[in-house]
Design a protein around this ligand. Structure first.
Ligand SMILES: [Zn+2]
Length: 436
């Protein structure tokens, strides 16, 4: 009896413990992507859904994880290996509450593509009501986390919409930066070099913990400058053994392995195609070395309080430390919500001041409005000690309300709110001094 009570207490304790941790499942969907994120409060975000018929693989992982619905579902782009399984999942009775995609179906998808059965199934399951995410928007997954759209349709944070989008479907993928405390994670579907170069040039994604390799470890993904900016501790590649693509490419693995410090690289499956351009990490770091079955799901559990995360599959378990980050004392000095130029979308400004005794780099910092939209502050570069710097909206998504009440928050590179300011109304061309 006493043993039973102790067991019951332990079971309760371990349940509540795991419920407070962030979990990420890199689901074995062969040559495809399906990443399930379960927030500390139990909210779910599914990024991509594997290939046609893979809904059962996702629901099996959901069942094992103890979740029954998808609160947020993101399709990174319109290729079947990223949206194919969602109709199976929905038809099996799983509710998808909010769906998001990269939009522009009419402008950028050929009619023949839109008529394909898999795409019609996607539209019927969630696509027709999916919300279109643009760079700078955020997904409200959990108050203890941030999910920020860094790239969408080939356009990145801080960049104007170009007259024409990139055009390449892979490179138009939604790219997300997901944070929980100091833990930073990038997932970007099949984003390729052109978008990666823009992200690297603007220092939008710096010093992360975990990189889900873009485009299954393809040759034209994981640009060196992008990798160097991120300097990830861990890289996870979601791949199968496809003999057309030969992913992951050996040249890409070599580029990743050459980083300093060298990341630890994992694959869901082993490439068995035999072509010299395909490659593999050591079997010990491949979740499903046989590749023929579906047991290659990699599970990651993040304990932000302890500053560690554990990656596991089969009988393997690997533990890592979350990168440490320090908070700097930067404040919102003033805002100009209502420029008389009457071009608020361009001319609104916010001025920040660095109250530290040392310079503070703004890479990864953001401003966020009441609606959850953001401005990237990376373009401010470094603010010298005691100095101020002004950022202009230039088409970025966050808006400074003119008449409705507004709260503007300043977030550091770790996603923490370091300052905030609320106001009720504005006067034309008058900057609001916050007195911070
Ligand atoms: Zn893909």
């Amino acid at each position: 009896m006493r043993v039973l009570i102790l067991l019951a207490i332990f079971a309760l304790y371990s349940t509540s413990l795991s419920a407070q941790q962030l979990r990420i499942y890199f689901i074995d969907v062969d040559q495809a992507d399906a990443t399930l994120i379960i927030s500390p409060s139990g909210q779910t975000l599914l990024v991509d859904s594997g290939k046609n018929g893979h809904g059962s693989r996702i629901s099996a992982v959901m069942q094992a994880a103890g979740v029954t619905q998808i609160d947020h579902f993101v399709v990174t782009h319109y290729h079947e290996d990223h949206f194919g399984g969602i109709d199976d999942l929905v038809n099996s009775g799983v509710t998808v509450v909010n769906a998001y995609d990269r939009s522009d179906k009419l402008c950028c998808l050929k009619p023949a593509k839109r008529a394909q059965v898999t795409f019609v199934d996607y539209e019927a399951a969630v696509g027709s009501t999916a919300e279109h995410l643009t760079r700078g928007e955020t997904i409200p997954l959990d108050p203890a986390m941030t999910v920020t759209v860094v790239a969408s349709g080939g356009v990145v944070l801080g960049e104007f919409d170009p007259p024409q989008h990139a055009g390449d479907e892979n490179d138009m993928s939604l790219g997300l930066l997901i944070t929980h405390g100091n833990f930073h994670f990038w997932v970007g579907g099949d984003v390729e070099n052109p978008t990666e170069k823009k992200i690297a040039d603007m220092d939008l994604v710096m010093d992360i913990d975990l990189y889900q390799a873009n485009h299954h470890g393809a040759e034209n993904g994981s640009l060196l400058g992008f990798l160097e900016d991120m300097s990830p501790t861990v890289i996870i590649i979601s791949n199968g053994s496809n003999q057309t693509y030969d992913h992951p490419r050996q040249t890409t693995l070599t580029r990743m392995q050459g980083l300093t410090p060298a990341p630890v690289i994992f694959q869901t499956n082993k490439y068995l195609g035999g072509d010299a351009r395909g490659g593999n990490v050591n079997d010990q770091f491949i979740a499903d070395p046989q590749t023929t079955d579906a047991d290659g799901t990699i599970t990651l559990t993040v304990d932000s309080g302890a500053g560690t995360y554990v990656l596991s599959y089969g009988a393997q378990s690997h533990s890592f430390n979350i990168k440490t980050r320090t908070t700097a004392d930067v404040v919102i000095e003033s805002l100009l919500p209502n420029p008389t130029s009457d071009a608020d979308r361009i001319a609104e400004t916010v001025t920040l001041r660095n109250d530290e005794a040392t310079a503070v780099p703004m890479a990864g910092w953001m401003l966020r409005d009441t609606g959850g939209r953001v401005w990237a502050l990376t373009s401010l570069g470094t603010i010298a000690a005691g100095m101020s710097a002004t950022i202009q909206r230039n088409g970025m998504p966050m808006s400074l309300n003119n008449t409705d009440p507004e709260t503007i928050e300043l977030l550091d590179q770790g996603g923490r709110v370091v300052d905030s300011f609320s106001y009720q109304g504005t006067q034309p061309n008058v900057a609001i001094q916050t007195t911070h």
